[in-house]
Ligand binder design. Sequence first.
Ligand SMILES: [Zn+2]
Length: 419
Amino acid sequence: MTSAATEPARFTLRCTRCGAEAAPRATACAGCGAALTVVHALAPGAPVVDPARAGLWRYAPFLPIIDADAAISLGEGATPLVPSRSLGPALGLRRLFFKMESANPTGSYKDRIASVGLSRMRELGVRGWAATSSGNAGAALAAYGARAGMRGTLFTLETAPRAKLTQILAYGPRVLAIRGLGYDPEVERRTFQTVRGLCEANDWAMQITAHVFNPVGMEGARTIAFEVVEALGRFPDQVYVPTGGGGLLSAIHKGLREWRAAGPAAGPGASRVVCVQAAGCDPINQAWREDRALRSIPTCTSRISGIQLTAPPDGDLALAALRDSGGWATSVPDEAVWAAQRQLAQREGIFCEPASAAGVAGVLADAAAGRLGADDVIVCVITGVGFKDAAAATALSEGVEIPVLGLDALAGHLAAEKA
Ligand SMILES: [Zn+2]
C-alpha cells in the first residue's frame, strides 16, 4: 500500500443533508439525492496559498484538484479591487470597493468556475462537458473547454438572442436550442433532468454553474472572497452580490467562512453577504423578507438579463448564507439598476453589464435607508463586463447624437456649446 492511499484526502465531496461522502464525479447524493459540497481537510497550519502560482491557482492547496500543474488556465482571477472615487464619497461611504470580475478572460466571474470545474473533470479523465446557458457561463465554458480540448455541448433557449450567443459560438462548441425552454415551466423542470441523463450516458461533465449541479466548479467562485480579504488585509463588513440562482452569493460566503477558519489571520470585518435581486424577479429575497422557505415565483417581470431566475437552483444555500453571515436581502427596481450602470460608467469609469450594476444599486438603496455605516468596508462584486449585454449597452447611449463637423468648424461648435 502506498503512503498516498493511507493519507486522508485533502478534499472530499460530501452530501449537504446526510453528510455521506460522494464519488468524485457525483452531482447529487446517491443516498438521499441532496446537493453536494466540497469539504476541505487541510492539515492544521497547512498553507492555503501557493505563492509560486498566478491568479486563482495561487489558492491551489485550497481548491479541489490534485495536480494544479495540469490546470486549464487563461489567467483567471487576481482581479482588481478598485476603491470608489465618486459614488461612495457622495453617499458618505468612505470605504466602498468594486471587485472587478469583469476583468476575467471572457469578461465574467464564470471563468473561475469553468477553470476549476473543467480542470478537475479532465483530471478525472472526462473528455466532454455539457451545460445550459445562453450567457456568461456558456462563454466561459466554451472558452475553457476549447483550451482543454474537451468537446462541449451547450443547451440554450429557442428564443436566445443571437447577439448573446456570438461570443459563445466563436469558441466553437456544439449549441442546441431546446423547444419550449424559457417559457414553459414543465420543460424547464425536465431540462435539468434530461441534461443530467445525457451527461451520464455520454460521459460528459455536468457543468451548469450551480452548487446543486456542479459543486466542484463552484469552488472556483469562492476564491473571490480569498482575494478580497487578501487585498483589504481584513474581512469586509458587507459584500454586495447581484443574485439570480444564488450560487455566487453562497460561494462567496463559503469562501469567507473557510478563509476565517483556515487562512492567515486577517483582522476585523463582519463578512456579511447581501443578496441583491431585481424587484421583478426576487424569489430569494421574498423568502427572506417573509422568513419562510424558498418558493419559485410564477413570472419574472425584470428585464435584467443574467439574474432572471424564477426557481433559483441554489436559493436554499443563498438563504442559509444570509442567515449564517448576518446579512440581508435588498431588492431594486430595473430602473435603479440601469441608473447604477450609467453612474458606474460616467462617475467611476467602470463599464459593466446591468446585472453587475445591481449590487451597486443595492448599496445606493441601503445607504439611502441608513443601513450602512460611514466606515463600513463594503465590496460590490462587478460580475461581468458591459459588452456582454449589447442591447443594454446600446440603450446607455440612446439619443446621444454625434455631430459631424468639418475641421474648420470645430472651434466654433465648441464655443457655441459653451455659450
Ligand atoms: Zn445525502
